[in-house]
Design a protein around this ligand. Sequence first.
Ligand SMILES: *Cc1c(COP(=O)(O)O)cnc(C)c1O
Length: 372
Amino acid sequence: MIRLAIPTIEEDDCKVVAEVLRTGNLVQGERVAALERSIAEYVGVPHAVAVSNCTAALHLCLLALDIKAGDAVAVTAYSWISTANVIELCGAKPIFIDIEPDTFAMDSSDLERVLARESSIKAILPVHPFGQVADMDAINQQAIVRKIPVIEDAACALGSTYRGQRAGSMGRAGCFSFHPRKAITTGEGGSITTRDEDFANRVRALRNHGMDPTSTTVDFIMPGLNYRLTEFQAALGMTQLAKFDRLLEGRRLRASRYDALLAGTSVQTSARKQDRDSSYQSYVVLLPRHISGLRSQLIISMREVGIEVSIGTYHMPLTTFFSSKYGYLPGHFPVTDDVFARALALPLYEGLSVADQERVTEVLLAWVAHHE
Ligand SMILES: *Cc1c(COP(=O)(O)O)cnc(C)c1O
């Protein structure tokens, strides 16, 4: 079976987890602090705060901004569902923004229209889908004019760059995931990155029961959650990060191979922009429009011949919860409608061979040709 994704877990990863387990120090200690220093340095910001997953990271960022009932948050329409769920969980309303047809990221001109119309927006939450960085200069420009903070959902974008800057360094804060589907993993895990010391201290308190992170004695300064990472996960994060350059290079190499294998066909390859470089958390193509209705058949027939492919990510406004609560319909987000219908994620992991990639594209292209 050519799988969709396989995390790279090696001997050093297993060894370090066992070592930490034997020490008996299992939560929030020096391993977590070391991982935070490494993530901050890698992303190029002064502060990183490790958390239990990226959903927790997003939730804490909104809580730290005091997003609450009566507020709205502008969020991209096409993402994993937690990007919108955390807004609802703060009691606020997500206002969805359509996406760009090539990057699948928040469309800054749609954002501009919505910001001009809605005065209750207290935060902007763009996503870097599959590792492709959103047009952060255009988004930040509007955010600055209106003094609205930007939180980057960089769950898939560790290592991605935009105009020389790393994802997670361009907003008030960035949120990363270390889920096994992402480029490095700690099982579950995540991190917040920020340049703002006060913001970092607030999310540190919120992550740890509201405990004052700056005090030497135990004191509780706000109601908080327990969204901490364990010591053995942090140790795993360090060994994963140590091989991240190699993993990233492997992803980019395989993405280029897919680009070449699919060039000149009716399957639209992953966007390449001059000013940014994706981490390729996933390699996502668009099927020809007139056969997108057959995508679920394609996914089944590829699985039957041993190739695991899947849809890209979700049209959040059209999920049952958001469509029934806010009345969203097909047509409200035309680009998201189109991309959601046509996207297909291809296998991408370190052990994927040239022959595997040739087989994936051969089977895909034969199926497309047969149904055209
Ligand atoms: C994976 C993902 C998340 C959630 O990350 P978890 O660590 O699983 O909570 C959030 N947003 C996006 C865009 C993701 O891809």
